[in-house]
Design a protein around this ligand. Structure first.
Ligand SMILES: CC(C)(COP(=O)(O)OP(=O)(O)OC[C@H]1O[C@@H](n2cnc3c(N)ncnc32)[C@H](O)[C@@H]1OP(=O)(O)O)[C@@H](O)C(=O)NCCC(=O)NCCS
Length: 314
């Protein structure tokens, strides 16, 4: 078996790699669009060939002109290949070695988008099963399920209790301090692992940088204060390339358990709706129960799950 990165001459063959299982994959339209706008590049598409025929294909996604990809989008192995786990893991391992040489500190995580009830569908369970085993063999051993929510105008903007006052805060240093304080005791998997691996300040700096780098308007960011003028939390309405997103919100540990999450989420929804959003997307970890139930109270509907397979934080 020959394993290599793809090139332009492979395009027709790459478009012919069709995943028939009902899971997210790099289908022909997605492949063509992402190759055109730079989120895919041939260096981030790897193939395994037998007798000059592509029998496996893996596709990674990243930012245009990035040195290394950010996420694994699709693992395809042709029907009739005896051991898809062995073929897929060999393919992923070869690509990982190249990404490391190109400077990747962390392996790109594998993001699989699934319906909320995916465990009840044997075809999805099977399609996820061998991919998960192949990913684990090459180090993507941590599993996280993110619940995907959406709000639409039909749900209406949730009411405010009036307990909090919201102020914009242009100073990133002040925002950073709020990120540091809400990270404490967080139930978010990424925050917990980041804090454990490199400390709360670096984790907060990284989270702040992510939201500053997103296409949402910085002027939307708010700090929330109670009637006594004490800081209660922060609310970051934002957007990604697909449209408006909740971004981030957090309540300081000493103010948790009073339902302030509802006020922060209402404010984010209000700001984005006032800006014209007719759909707002949001994700939270399955283990972040207070956040998940707050989405439901605010009229956000869970429509899917994102399964993230990643390497442990170094
Ligand atoms: C998620 C979060 C905003 C919830 O805020 P909140 O205003 O305290 O939520 P609620 O008041 O509705 O809390 C509901 C229950 O969950 C508990 N709870 C809330 N956050 C908790 C936490 N981090 N750890 C353990 N329990 C928590 C509350 O004490 C309360 O318990 P009770 O019903 O026994 O009284 C808050 O935990 C937080 O800031 N976490 C860190 C940032 C984060 O995860 N943001 C979301 C990213 S998607």
């Amino acid at each position: 078996m020959l394993i290599r990165s793809a090139n332009e001459a492979d395009l027709d063959a790459l478009l012919g790699c069709v995943v028939t299982a009902p899971i997210s994959w790099a289908h022909p339209d997605r492949l063509t669009e992402n190759l055109a706008d730079g989120h895919y590049t041939y260096d981030w598409i790897w193939v395994a060939e037998r007798d000059d025929r592509i029998v496996a294909r893996a596709v990674w996604w990243g930012v245009p002109d990035g040195a290394v990809p950010i996420a694994l989008d699709c693992v395809y192995v042709a029907d009739g290949v005896g051991d898809p786990i062995a073929v897929a893991s060999e393919l992923l391992a070869a690509a990982h070695a190249t990404f490391r040489e190109a400077g990747a500190d962390e392996l790109p995580a594998y993001h699989i988008f699934l319906p909320g009830s995916w465990r009840n569908d044997p075809a999805i369970v099977e399609a996820v099963g061998w991919r998960r085993t192949a990913a684990a063999k090459v180090g993507l051993v941590d599993e996280l399920e993110r619940l995907r929510y959406e709000w639409t105008t039909q749900a209406g903007v949730p009411a405010q209790s009036g307990r909090l006052t919201f102020r914009d805060e242009p100073d990133d240093q002040v925002m950073l301090e709020a990120f540091v304080r809400v990270a404490e005791g967080s139930l978010d998997d990424g925050t917990r692992k980041g804090v454990a691996a490199h400390g709360v300040h670096q984790q907060a700096r990284q989270e702040l940088a992510i939201y500053l780098g997103m296409p949402g308007d910085r002027a939307w960011w708010r700090l929330a204060f109670d009637a006594g003028g004490e800081l209660v939390g922060l609310a970051i309405p934002s957007a990604n390339p697909n449209g408006p997103v909740v971004g981030y919100l957090g309540v300081l540990p000493e103010h948790r358990g009073q339902g302030y999450v509802d006020d922060l989420l209402a404010e984010i929804t209000r700001i984005l709706a006032a800006d014209g959003a007719d759909r707002i997307a949001a994700d939270t970890d399955v283990g972040n129960a207070p956040m998940a139930v707050a989405f439901e109270r605010a009229g956000y509907r869970q429509f899917a799950v994102r399964l993230v397979l990643s390497a442990p934080v170094p």
